[in-house]
Structures are given as structure tokens and as C-alpha cells.
Design a protein. Structure first.
Length: 526
């Protein structure tokens, strides 16, 4: 074994500037060593303070000190060299005293490690008594093995980690500190995001509370006015009917008295006629006949009747007018609610890369309809291959969003939102637990929303335009009949990831359902 392969060489103690052995060696922050005078003169003559070897720049000129450990090793090497040891580099071990070889072998690893660690351990070495000790060699754990991710002593490195990637403990800690700093910044940003989100949610709750209070006050006032008007009208109606009843009774009583008087007169005439017929005094009968042949003068009751009019028609007319005003005020309240939603209108377009091959999308990416045949399109991971649907291009990950879709002329459709990670291949169960929240129409008038089980929705007015409102933070997806300005249904859930608008025109049913779904501009009525 050659000395060069086993022991230290000149190059290990050579200054890269003067190319001579170190004199008062000093180590830079990057870990390289030079003569203190050489590196000082080099930096004094250079415009930029940098390492002559690795070219690392230093913003501030380091305050260099003599590396005492490296100086000690260099002096020992110089002494060995002076004694003629290095002159025997080309000879075998047999040309050297056995005791000297053994001594050098025993001290080689110690000196070598001191040399390699000297730049970064000049401060650590001084306090090595405070470091944990190696359980095997009872030496300070000054080195970190990146391969095995353990702290080791210099002898452990020589014996078991000689071909591993090792650095000093300080160097590893400096690297870890950088990572910790980055992690700290990341966590701080996450905290800031959550603080902003907390403020946003609290502000949203405050706005919602204010809106509820305002609308509640308005509704209470509106219904109170209606209730008061109806109660007042009811009282008036009852009083009018009571008065009408009394008047009818008085009229009837008067008529009954008159009729009874007439009956008495008629009964008397009837009795006179009967006596006349039974009389045998013909002369008297002839004289009396003209007086009795005609009915007595009584009132003609054939056209007389009791009026059934209660005199309440004007009351009902007034009540109908009040109800009309109430309905108009209700419409105004509904219109106000729709306006609030429409303030969150967003521009939504369709993402052709997600569309089923049978779907045709307009050039402006606003309309979609189902054709009879499949198109030759790439079967990408984003594309649906079983459900004839398409997602919106705009991602929803926060805030409130509103858009409207024209469904005129269609017999079947699905509208809503879908989670970003939904399964798009093969048979799919469309429920909120699988990432789908939408309203459906089947056979012209069967509306339903899908949860665990499909539930029907009864609509009095068939919508021609559907409004979809998403409140991401509150996990709400709401549907509205835009034409009637009424709410249809709201999903209350929570979103663990981003969602996208969802559109399905369904199959065209041999031309019966070939009308498109069209995203329309939101027109806010003033």
C-alpha cells in the first residue's frame, strides 16, 4: 500500500492562492481554507468578495480568524514532511518502520476528520464537551450522515460511513433551518389565509344577519298590514251582513202584516159571496151582485220579493284590491331577493375538454346540445365518457357565484355543480356524496333533486330559465325559477375541494329534446 493512498498529501494542506502549505490557515463561511494573508489580499484587490474556489459571493466581507485546528494539523504535517516521511511516498510499507506505519494509520482518520471538519467546526469543536457522545467510540456526534439520516462521530464516519454523503452537524442544521424557515413562512401564510377566511365568513354572517333582520322587519310589517286589513275587512263584512239581515227581517215583518190584513179582507169577501150564493132573495142578490163580483182592492204581491243582496260586494271588491296590492308587494320582495343574488353574477363558459363525445358546444362556449353520433375526440382524463354532460371552465373555490341557464323547449336536463375530482368514466352515481349537486327535469314536468334517494319537486310554474347560486363557504347550492322569481330548492352541504358548473342537456330523444342549454347574460331589473 502506497503512502499516498493511505496518508495525507501536500494537496490537502495547500493554499489554493499561493500554492504553498498553509500559513495561519483561515476558513471562509463556504468551508474552504486559505492562508489568512492570501485570502485577505485577494479580497482587498477584488471588486467582489467571493470564494476563489466555489465562487460564492458574500454580501459582507467575513471577519476571518486563524483556524487553530487546521493550523495544528498543518504544523504536524510539516514536521512529518521535514522528517522525511513524504520522501518515501513511492515505496511500499516495507520501506517504513512498522511502528510508524501503525501510528500513522491510527492517527490518519483523526487528523483527516479534523481537517475536513475544521472550517465548520471551529466553534463547535471548542464546545464539543457539551455534545452528545457516540455510544461506540465515546466521541462527540459532530457529523451527520445524509444516507442513514443519523448523527455520528468522526470514527463512525471512517469505519461505517466512509462512502456516504456526510456533512457537519452545523451544516445540516443550517440546511434544516432554511427548511424550517420555509415551513414557517408556509404556515404563517396558511394562518393569514385562515384569518382572512374567518373575517370573510364573519362578515358574510353579519351581512346575512343584517339582511335577515331587514327582510324580517319588512315581512312582519307587510304581513301585519295585510292581517290588519283583513281583520278590519272581516269586522266590516260581519257588521254589514248583520245590518242586511236586520233590514231584511224588518221588511219581511212589514210585508207579512200587510199580507195578513189582505187575507182578512179577502176572507170577508169570500164569506159575503158564500152568503149571496145561498140566499133565496133574488132581488137582493141581483142588486148586491155588482158590489161583490169584483175582488176587493188589495195590493198585488206577485212582483214583491225580499231582496237577497247583502250589500257586501263593495267590501269584497275592496278586499280584492288590497290583496292585489299585497301580491305586488310580495313580488317586489321576491324581486329584491333575486337582485341580491344577481349581484354575484359571473361569466360562465363551458369546458370542451370535459364534454361527452356526443355533445356539440357553440363557438362562444355558451350553448350545448346532444347529437345522434359520437365525435372523434381524445379520450382524455378530463372527459366524461358515459354521462352526456360538460363542466364549466371557471373553477369555484371560494365566495358567492350566480349564473342563469335558458332551458326553453327542453323535456330533460340536469343543472348544478360537480366536484373537481369526480369520477368521469363509466357508470356514475350522481349524489352529493359522490360530488354532484344538481336539479333535474324529466318528461317535461317531472322535477327532482338527487340526494341519497331522488326526491321530486312540485313546481306550479314551469321555468324557462334556471338560476343557480353557489355560496362556497356555507356549502349551499340554490336553484331559482328566474321567470317566476321564486326559489326552487337549496342543497346544504360542505365543499372539501373546488367545484365546477355542471350542464347536461341529456339525450335528444330522437329530436324531442334537441333544444340546447344556453348560459344567458344576467339581466338585473331596475
Amino acid at each position: 500500500m502506497s503512502l499516498q493512498g493511505s496518508f495525507l498529501s501536500d494537496e490537502q494542506f495547500q493554499c489554493a492562492i499561493c500554492l504553498d502549505l498553509f500559513t495561519n490557515p483561515s476558513s471562509t463561511p463556504c468551508g474552504h481554507s486559505f492562508c489568512l494573508r492570501c485570502i485577505s489580499e485577494y479580497w482587498s484587490s477584488a471588486k467582489v468578495c467571493r470564494c476563489p474556489l466555489c465562487k460564492k459571493n458574500f454580501q459582507k466581507r467575513p471577519n476571518l480568524q486563524i483556524n487553530r485546528t487546521l493550523q495544528e494539523i498543518t504544523e504536524q504535517f510539516k514536521a512529518m514532511r521535514k522528517a522525511g516521511v513524504t520522501a518515501m511516498e513511492t515505496r511500499g510499507d516495507g520501506g517504513m518502520p512498522h511502528s510508524f506505519v501503525e501510528e500513522m494509520k491510527q492517527s490518519q482518520s483523526h487528523f483527516m476528520k479534523k481537517l475536513l471538519m475544521a472550517p465548520a467546526l471551529k466553534n463547535t469543536a471548542a464546545s464539543s464537551s457539551n455534545l452528545p457522545l457516540c455510544k461506540v467510540h465515546h466521541r462527540g456526534l459532530l457529523i451527520y450522515c445524509k444516507n442513514d439520516q443519523v448523527c455520528i462521530c468522526p470514527e463512525c464516519e471512517t469505519e461505517d460511513h466512509y462512502d456516504h454523503n456526510t456533512v457537519t452537524i452545523k451544516e445540516e442544521w443550517m440546511e434544516k433551518k432554511v427548511q424550517l424557515h420555509l415551513s414557517e413562512q408556509l404556515i404563517q401564510e396558511m394562518i393569514r389565509q385562515r384569518i382572512r377566511k374567518i373575517e370573510e365568513i364573519r362578515e358574510s354572517v353579519s351581512h346575512t344577519k343584517l339582511a335577515v333582520e331587514t327582510e324580517t322587519a319588512g315581512s312582519v310589517c307587510l304581513f301585519s298590514a295585510l292581517t290588519s286589513a283583513m281583520e278590519s275587512t272581516q269586522v266590516e263584512l260581519m257588521e254589514t251582513m248583520e245590518e242586511s239581515q236586520k233590514a231584511a227581517e224588518q221588511q219581511a215583518d212589514a210585508m207579512l202584516g200587510k199580507l195578513e190584513e189582505d187575507n182578512i179582507v179577502l176572507q170577508r169577501r169570500l164569506s159575503d159571496l158564500d152568503e149571496l150564493v145561498q140566499s133565496d132573495d133574488y132581488t137582493h142578490c141581483i142588486k148586491t151582485f155588482p158590489l161583490l163580483i169584483l175582488p176587493p182592492p188589495v195590493q198585488d204581491w206577485s212582483a214583491v220579493c225580499i231582496s237577497s243582496c247583502l250589500g257586501t260586494s263593495h267590501i269584497y271588491k275592496r278586499l280584492a284590491a288590497q290583496m292585489e296590492r299585497f301580491v305586488e308587494e310580495l313580488k317586489a320582495v321576491a324581486e329584491k331577493g333575486m337582485k341580491r343574488l344577481q349581484e354575484y353574477a359571473v361569466d360562465v363558459t363551458m369546458d370542451a375538454n370535459t364534454a361527452h363525445p356526443r355533445l356539440i358546444i357553440s363557438d362562444d362556449m355558451k350553448s350545448v346540445w346532444c347529437s345522434d353520433h359520437h365525435q372523434l375526440l381524445p379520450d382524455s382524463q378530463e372527459r366524461f365518457d358515459r354521462i352526456v354532460c360538460v363542466l364549466g371552465r371557471e373553477m369555484i373555490s371560494s365566495g358567492k357565484h350566480y349564473w342563469e341557464v335558458d332551458v326553453t323547449g327542453k323535456t330533460d336536463w340536469d343543472l348544478g355543480v360537480a366536484r373537481k375530482s369526480v369520477n368521469r368514466k363509466g357508470k356514475i352515481t350522481v349524489t352529493p356524496s359522490n360530488g354532484y349537486w344538481f336539479l333535474s327535469l324529466r318528461d317535461k314536468n317531472k322535477y327532482a333533486f338527487c340526494t341519497v334517494h331522488s326526491s321530486d319537486v312540485q313546481l306550479n310554474l314551469q321555468p324557462h330559465k334556471i338560476g343557480i347560486f353557489v355560496d362556497f363557504e356555507n356549502g349551499q347550492v340554490s336553484f331559482y325559477n328566474v321567470n317566476a322569481r321564486v326559489h326552487i330548492y337549496t342543497f346544504n352541504d360542505s365543499f372539501s375541494e373546488s367545484i365546477y358548473p355542471f350542464f347536461s342537456p341529456c339525450s335528444n330523444k330522437y329530436g324531442k329534446n334537441d333544444e340546447p342549454l344556453t348560459i344567458t347574460p344576467v339581466n338585473v331589473k331596475k
